[in-house]
Ligand binder design. Sequence first.
Ligand code: EPU
Length: 335
Amino acid sequence: MIFESDFSLKNYNTFGINAKANQFVAVHSKEELASVLQNHNDIFILGGGSNMLLTRNIEKLVIHVALKGIEIVDTNEDFVWVKANAGENWHEFVLYCIEKNYGGIENLSLIPGNVGTTPIQNIGAYGVEIKDTFFCCEAMEIATQKLVTFDKESCVFGYRESIFKNELKNKYIITSVTFKLTKKNHYLNTSYGAIETELNTQNITSPTLKDISNAVIAIRKSKLPDPKELGNSGSFFKNPIVSKSSYEKAKANYPEIPHYPISDTEVKVPAGWLIEQAGFKGKRFGDAGIHKNQALVLVNYGTATGAEILAVAKEIQQAIFEKFGIAIEAEVNII
Ligand code: EPU
C-alpha cells in the first residue's frame, strides 16, 4: 500500500473538484482495508466519487476502496447470484452481466460510480432501482473490522435512501454486493416512456438485454453530461416528495406542475421541472452551472470550487421555495 500526502482528489470525484487529501491510500483487499482501519482513526471513505461535492480539503486519511473481482456465488435454472467487489466500476459490471445474459440491471447502464456505493443511495433510473435485484452486501464495521452481511430487508431501501445513509452512516464500509439476476425469462422494464420511444425509433419489437442497455445509454447520452467531459454528479437534487396539500397550493398558481402519485397523501414532483421553471436551466455562474439538457444536474465547467457549486445549489433551493413553496434537498453528499 502506498500512502501519499497532500494528494489531489481531482481525478477521484466526478465533479472534478481540485480538493486535497491530507493523506491518501488505495486499498485492494479486505486485509489491506482492515489493517488501515486498525491503524488510523481519522478517516474518510471514498468509492467512485460520483455522488459527492467536495467543498473543502479533507484533513484526514482518505481510503479509496479499490477491491476488484466478480464471482458467481450460486446458480440454478432460472437465476444466478453474482458477487462484485466494491471497487468494480458499476457500468463495466452492468456490461459484464449483459454479455453473460444475466438480466435485471440493464436499465441502470452508464450510471457513474462503483459497485460498492450503489446500495448506499439505492441508485435508480428508468423504472428500476438497485433494490430490485440486490440480494445482500458484505460490509466491514469500521470500529471492529468485523465483516457483516446485510440482506435486502436490513438495508431499509427507499427512494435514494438506505440504512447506510442514515443509522449506519460512517459505521460500515461495503466490500462487496451480491445481485440475484435472471438467466432466462428476463423481466424487461420498458415502461419508462423514453425507453419505449427509443426502441421504436430503432424498430426493435422484442428487445434483448443489450437493446435495453443501448437504449438507456442513448437516452442518458442525450440528456446527461459525461463526467469525463464536464464535471458533474448526476442529479444534484432529489425529486421532492410533498404532501398533497403543498402540491395543490403550488398547482393553484402553476396548473401544469407535473406530479407522480406516491401514497394517498403524498406526491413526487420532478425537481428538474421546478428548476427549469425558475429559469435556471443552462445558466452559468463562473465555472459553476446548471446543465442545458437536464436542470437537475449541476456542472463544473473547469475550475469551479465545491463552495461555488454549493452556492449555486443554495440559490436554486431558495428560488424554488419562494416560487413554489417546495423545499428541494440535495441528493449528493456535501462534504
Ligand atoms: N424535467 C423538466 N426539465 C428538466 C428535467 C426534467 O421539465 O430539465 C421534467 C421532465 O419533463 C419530466 C420530469 O421532469 O416530466 C422527469 O424527468 P426525467 O424523466 O428526465 O427524470 P428526472 O426525474 O429528472 C430521475 C433520476 C435520474 C434518472 C431519471 C430517469 C432522480 C433525482 N433523478 O430524473 O437519476 O436517470 O429519473 O429514471 O430521481 C441520478 O440520480 O444521478 C440520475 C440521473
